[in-house]
Design a protein around this ligand. Structure first.
Ligand SMILES: *[C@@H]1O[C@H](CO)[C@@H](O)[C@H](O)[C@H]1NC(C)=O
Length: 122
């Protein structure tokens, strides 16, 4: 009986670990925003890093960016603003553990959150 319980716990534990490593989702898209220290047209500049914190590529990544404004040009091949959603790297795949960076300038900063993506290859 004890062995059965032990094996059950072990299997549960292993499946949790493998989920952690292999099941990628939108939750693995992390967005960090830091103040760069520069000012552009009187607005603070923010450096944003979007990281795919999992081993599978994700594509068609969109961020919620309702009301997003910037006085600094953001390269549309990195972030294209489409109303309240922003498309990252033109919808191309962001590889596992890869990141993209962009900067914008506005006061206050925007809370950019991942809103959609498609996980591929897992
Ligand atoms: C912010 O981004 C700019 C442009 O990529 C870079 O030169 C600068 O070092 C970054 N600043 C910080 C604090 O990461």
């Amino acid at each position: 009986m004890a062995t059965v319980t032990m094996s059950f716990i072990l299997i549960l534990f292993l499946s949790l670990i493998s989920k952690g490593f292999y099941a990628c989702s939108l939750d693995n898209i992390n967005i960090n925003t830091i103040r760069s220290g520069r000012e552009i047209q009187g607005k603070p500049e923010w450096n944003v890093t979007v990281i795919n914190n999992c081993n599978c590529p994700q594509l068609l990544i969109k961020l919620s960016c309702k009301g997003f404004q910037t006085v600094e040009n953001v390269d549309p091949s990195i972030l294209s603003i489409m109303d309240d959603k922003c498309l990252l790297i033109r919808g191309k795949p962001l590889e596992g553990f890869a990141s993209v960076k962009f900067s914008y300038a506005w006061d206050p900063p925007f809370i950019l959150l991942p809103s959609e993506s498609i996980v591929v290859g897992c």
